[in-house]
Design a binder for this molecule. Structure first.
Ligand code: PMP
Length: 433
């Protein structure tokens, strides 16, 4: 029977602590070498896209409009790949740019152009001063690489709470209305990294309509997991581009996406979608850095995925590999930590991550204990700006890459570390150590 550790007296806690110390010693003896750190597709997932490598025959290099894809040019990307992804990313094909293989690179470039030049129709460069740095709202827990980009460009990060239905809008609205330094906000609107939260239609509507003190405010709408469902429910989000346009804020969203976790993580296609003015703004700046995207890769993606149904069928094959690993995490967490009162975790309906909250001031300890036992976890704090989780309680679990047996072993080990760290902390609190 699970016992709520938070309700035990000092003596009972000590007994539990002894038990978990022993379990941890056993764990150390196992000599594990497991990794739950990064959200990478497993090799079997990459195998699903092997057909991509041979999707183009020797004579197959022309797009529908006759473009020779082997040559330079075509900065927007092929029309057919943009048409294929327009619906999934909720961006009209003519407002979608297909460029490069990494949406993170497009986010990086958009930010650097904004810092250097300012955004379309904006008052000037986003280069802040030491006195008044540019600031971004960062829903937490969030994606560490978004935070690294802010660091990189000297953008101050203001954390806002992420609820199950998206960011806490009362907090967001108050902040953006009051502070003109706040030029942007990171959003992972569907199956967010790391909690799996999906923004409700009401949250999206409020983001689209809210008053911002900065006239050049942008939503960095990172729809990385648009088609990455883990259940029969095909979760949909409101159309941010349409809602912003209706609200008179057509230039507010920068939509990003990619096929990194659809086809090949290192050789996919990335997308930027926005208002016509923003698309022109980006294309103009991109023209300095490239004479055109990899259209051969785009063409083979079109041949391989074919159409919306082909893409959906492909994602169902991913799901059959990924969902059992998520289920394994859930089962092991339930079995080992359910009812313990010292851990909570999310049950995402899609995406790549599970977010585990442990007792306050325990996450760093858990990660260290796990590391010493040969289980690599994302560093504690990584889900918060500056790598600092003020409550030191959040841990991101990424179960896609390891095998299902490795996932079970790793999560079981993590649970032992959570219980040990929790009893240490609770004993400190009751003052008996
Ligand atoms: N955004 C989010 C929210 C992610 O989780 C990831 C990958 N972990 C990325 C972007 C990276 O995307 P890409 O491979 O297109 O650069």
């Amino acid at each position: 029977m699970p016992v709520d550790l938070t309700e035990l007296n000092a003596e009972e806690l000590s007994a539990r602590h002894e038990e978990y110390l022993k379990a941890y010693a056993d764990l150390l003896n196992e000599g594990l070498s497991l990794d739950l750190t990064r959200g990478k597709p497993a090799p079997e997932q990459l195998d699903l896209s092997t057909g991509l490598l041979g999707a183009l025959g020797e004579d197959d290099y022309r797009s529908a409009d006759g473009t020779d894809c082997r040559n330079y040019g075509g900065p927007r990307g092929l029309a057919e790949i943009r048409e294929l992804f327009a619906g999934f990313l909720q961006v009209p094909a003519e407002q979608l740019v297909a460029a490069g293989n990494s949406s993170l690179a497009l986010m990086h470039d958009s930010l650097s152009y904004a810092v250097l030049d300012g955004v379309a129709g904006g008052p000037g460069p986003w280069r802040g001063t030491t006195d008044a740095p540019v600031a971004f709202l960062c829903p937490v827990p969030g994606y560490d690489r978004h935070f690294s980009l802010c660091d990189r460009f000297g953008i101050e990060m203001i954390p806002v709470p992420l609820n199950d239905d998206g960011p806490d809008m009362a907090v967001v609205e108050e902040l953006v209305a009051a502070d003109p330094r706040i030029k942007g906000m990171w959003c992972v609107p569907k199956y967010s990294n790391p909690t799996g939260a999906t923004y409700s239609p009401e949250v999206v509507r409020r983001l689209a309509t809210m008053e911002t003190a900065a006239p050049d405010f942008r939503l960095f709408w990172d729809n990385a997991y648009a088609v990455h469902h883990l259940t029969d429910e095909t979760v949909e989000i409101a159309d941010v581009l349409a809602l912003c346009a209706e609200a008179g804020n057509p230039d507010r969203p920068f939509v990003f996406g990619s096929t990194s976790k659809i086809t090949l993580a290192g050789a996919g296609v990335a997308f930027f979608g926005s208002s016509p003015a923003n698309v022109e703004w980006l294309l103009k700046r991109m023209s300095y850095r490239t004479i055109g995207p990899d259209k051969v890769n785009q063409l083979r993606h079109v041949r391989f995925l074919r159409d919306a149904e082909g893409l959906a069928a492909h994602m169902r094959r991913h799901r059959s590999i990924v969902a059992p690993k998520f289920e394994a995490v859930r089962e092991v967490l339930e079995e080992t930590l359910g009812g313990s009162g010292v851990a909570e975790w999310t049950r995402p309906k899609g995406g790549y991550f599970i977010s585990l909250d442990v007792l306050d001031d325990c996450a760093a300890r858990v990660v260290r204990l796990a590391k010493d036992a040969g289980i690599a976890l994302t560093p504690a704090g990584a889900t918060h700006p500056g790598g600092r989780d003020p409550r030191d309680r959040n841990i991101r679990l990424a179960p896609t890459f390891p095998t299902i047996e490795e996932v079970r072993g790793a999560v079981r080990g993590v649970a032992t570390c959570v219980l040990l760290a929790a009893t240490e902390r609770l004993l400190e609190k009751v003052g008996s150590r």
